[in-house]
Design a protein around this ligand. Structure first.
Ligand code: HEM
Length: 126
Protein backbone atom coordinates (compact mmCIF):
# COMPACT_ATOMS: atom_id res chain seq x y z
CA UNK A 1 0.00 0.00 0.00
CA UNK A 2 1.32 3.45 -0.82
CA UNK A 3 1.28 6.43 1.57
CA UNK A 4 -1.98 7.76 0.13
CA UNK A 5 -3.73 4.46 0.78
CA UNK A 6 -2.28 4.15 4.26
CA UNK A 7 -2.99 7.71 5.42
CA UNK A 8 -6.32 8.17 3.58
CA UNK A 9 -7.78 11.25 1.90
CA UNK A 10 -9.81 12.34 4.92
CA UNK A 11 -6.72 12.63 7.10
CA UNK A 12 -4.71 14.26 4.30
CA UNK A 13 -7.41 16.95 4.00
CA UNK A 14 -7.43 17.44 7.76
CA UNK A 15 -3.61 17.76 7.89
CA UNK A 16 -3.34 20.30 5.05
CA UNK A 17 -6.30 22.36 6.29
CA UNK A 18 -4.85 22.60 9.79
CA UNK A 19 -1.35 23.22 8.44
CA UNK A 20 -2.48 26.27 6.46
CA UNK A 21 -4.43 27.69 9.40
CA UNK A 22 -1.13 27.64 11.33
CA UNK A 23 1.10 28.72 8.43
CA UNK A 24 -1.00 31.82 7.68
CA UNK A 25 -0.72 32.85 11.33
CA UNK A 26 2.91 31.89 11.87
CA UNK A 27 5.40 34.48 13.02
CA UNK A 28 8.19 33.09 10.80
CA UNK A 29 6.44 32.25 7.53
CA UNK A 30 3.01 33.93 7.87
CA UNK A 31 4.14 37.05 5.96
CA UNK A 32 4.51 35.02 2.74
CA UNK A 33 0.75 34.47 2.84
CA UNK A 34 -0.39 38.08 3.40
CA UNK A 35 -3.25 38.79 1.00
CA UNK A 36 -3.41 35.19 -0.28
CA UNK A 37 -6.57 33.11 -0.48
CA UNK A 38 -6.20 30.44 2.21
CA UNK A 39 -9.06 28.26 0.99
CA UNK A 40 -7.74 28.25 -2.58
CA UNK A 41 -4.17 27.39 -1.53
CA UNK A 42 -5.50 24.73 0.85
CA UNK A 43 -7.52 23.09 -1.91
CA UNK A 44 -4.61 23.12 -4.35
CA UNK A 45 -2.22 21.77 -1.76
CA UNK A 46 -4.65 18.95 -0.84
CA UNK A 47 -4.73 17.88 -4.50
CA UNK A 48 -0.96 18.23 -4.71
CA UNK A 49 -0.37 16.15 -1.56
CA UNK A 50 -2.80 13.43 -2.67
CA UNK A 51 -0.95 13.08 -6.01
CA UNK A 52 2.47 13.24 -4.33
CA UNK A 53 1.52 10.48 -1.87
CA UNK A 54 0.39 8.17 -4.67
CA UNK A 55 -3.33 8.98 -5.00
CA UNK A 56 -5.36 10.38 -7.94
CA UNK A 57 -3.59 13.09 -9.93
CA UNK A 58 -6.07 15.98 -9.81
CA UNK A 59 -3.61 18.81 -9.11
CA UNK A 60 -4.24 21.64 -11.57
CA UNK A 61 -2.29 24.44 -9.88
CA UNK A 62 0.94 26.01 -11.06
CA UNK A 63 4.17 24.02 -11.19
CA UNK A 64 5.91 24.45 -7.81
CA UNK A 65 8.81 26.47 -9.29
CA UNK A 66 6.39 29.01 -10.78
CA UNK A 67 4.15 29.21 -7.70
CA UNK A 68 7.10 30.07 -5.44
CA UNK A 69 9.52 31.93 -7.68
CA UNK A 70 8.54 35.45 -6.60
CA UNK A 71 8.67 34.64 -2.89
CA UNK A 72 12.36 34.63 -1.84
CA UNK A 73 11.87 31.54 0.31
CA UNK A 74 15.11 30.52 2.08
CA UNK A 75 16.11 27.27 3.83
CA UNK A 76 14.98 28.42 7.33
CA UNK A 77 11.50 29.12 5.95
CA UNK A 78 11.36 25.63 4.48
CA UNK A 79 12.57 24.26 7.82
CA UNK A 80 9.82 26.10 9.66
CA UNK A 81 7.25 24.66 7.27
CA UNK A 82 8.49 21.18 8.03
CA UNK A 83 8.30 21.81 11.81
CA UNK A 84 4.66 22.92 11.46
CA UNK A 85 3.88 19.95 9.22
CA UNK A 86 5.49 17.48 11.64
CA UNK A 87 3.42 18.93 14.53
CA UNK A 88 0.19 18.75 12.56
CA UNK A 89 0.85 15.22 11.28
CA UNK A 90 1.43 14.03 14.82
CA UNK A 91 -1.61 15.86 16.24
CA UNK A 92 -3.83 14.46 13.48
CA UNK A 93 -2.80 10.96 14.53
CA UNK A 94 -0.67 10.05 11.49
CA UNK A 95 1.64 7.18 12.49
CA UNK A 96 5.26 8.17 12.90
CA UNK A 97 6.67 6.17 9.98
CA UNK A 98 3.94 7.42 7.62
CA UNK A 99 4.56 11.01 8.74
CA UNK A 100 8.27 10.51 8.13
CA UNK A 101 7.54 9.19 4.63
CA UNK A 102 5.38 12.25 3.85
CA UNK A 103 8.03 14.69 5.13
CA UNK A 104 10.77 12.89 3.17
CA UNK A 105 8.80 13.28 -0.06
CA UNK A 106 8.45 17.01 0.63
CA UNK A 107 12.17 17.29 1.41
CA UNK A 108 12.87 16.14 -2.14
CA UNK A 109 10.92 19.15 -3.44
CA UNK A 110 13.23 21.69 -1.77
CA UNK A 111 15.10 22.64 -4.96
CA UNK A 112 11.80 23.60 -6.61
CA UNK A 113 10.78 25.97 -3.82
CA UNK A 114 13.84 28.17 -3.41
CA UNK A 115 14.47 31.23 -5.45
CA UNK A 116 17.38 30.60 -7.77
CA UNK A 117 20.51 32.02 -6.17
CA UNK A 118 21.77 35.16 -7.84
CA UNK A 119 25.37 34.60 -8.85
CA UNK A 120 27.63 37.18 -7.21
CA UNK A 121 29.35 39.48 -9.63
CA UNK A 122 32.80 40.16 -8.17
CA UNK A 123 33.99 42.15 -11.16
CA UNK A 124 32.02 45.35 -10.74
CA UNK A 125 33.93 48.21 -12.28
CA UNK A 126 34.81 50.80 -9.68
C1 HEM B 1 7.39 20.88 -0.11
C2 HEM B 1 7.09 22.11 0.15
C3 HEM B 1 5.96 22.86 -0.51
C4 HEM B 1 4.93 22.41 -1.30
C5 HEM B 1 4.61 20.99 -1.71
C6 HEM B 1 4.13 23.58 -1.65
C7 HEM B 1 3.00 23.55 -2.44
C8 HEM B 1 2.29 24.63 -2.88
C9 HEM B 1 1.18 24.61 -3.79
C10 HEM B 1 0.60 23.34 -4.43
C11 HEM B 1 0.75 25.88 -4.00
C12 HEM B 1 -0.41 26.36 -4.90
C13 HEM B 1 0.12 26.73 -6.28
C14 HEM B 1 -0.92 27.48 -7.13
O1 HEM B 1 -1.50 28.47 -6.64
O2 HEM B 1 -1.16 27.11 -8.29
C15 HEM B 1 1.61 26.73 -3.19
C16 HEM B 1 1.50 28.09 -3.10
C17 HEM B 1 2.18 28.85 -2.18
N1 HEM B 1 3.18 28.42 -1.34
FE1 HEM B 1 3.96 26.57 -1.23
N2 HEM B 1 4.68 24.70 -1.09
C18 HEM B 1 5.80 24.31 -0.39
C19 HEM B 1 6.64 25.11 0.34
C20 HEM B 1 6.38 26.41 0.65
C21 HEM B 1 7.11 27.21 1.59
C22 HEM B 1 8.34 26.74 2.38
C23 HEM B 1 6.49 28.44 1.62
C24 HEM B 1 6.83 29.65 2.45
C25 HEM B 1 7.38 29.58 3.61
C26 HEM B 1 5.40 28.41 0.68
C27 HEM B 1 4.56 29.46 0.41
C28 HEM B 1 3.58 29.48 -0.56
C29 HEM B 1 2.79 30.65 -0.92
C30 HEM B 1 2.90 32.05 -0.30
C31 HEM B 1 1.93 30.27 -1.95
C32 HEM B 1 0.90 31.15 -2.70
C33 HEM B 1 1.55 31.69 -3.96
C34 HEM B 1 0.62 32.65 -4.70
O3 HEM B 1 -0.60 32.44 -4.72
O4 HEM B 1 1.14 33.62 -5.26
N3 HEM B 1 5.35 27.17 0.12
N4 HEM B 1 2.52 25.96 -2.52
Amino acid sequence: MNLFEQIGSETIEKVITEFYIRAFDDIIIGHFFFGKDRLDITKKQIDFAIAMLGGPRNYNGKPLETAHEALSIRPPHFGRRQVLMADVLSECGVEEDLAKGWLTMEERLRPLIFKKAIKPDCNHSK
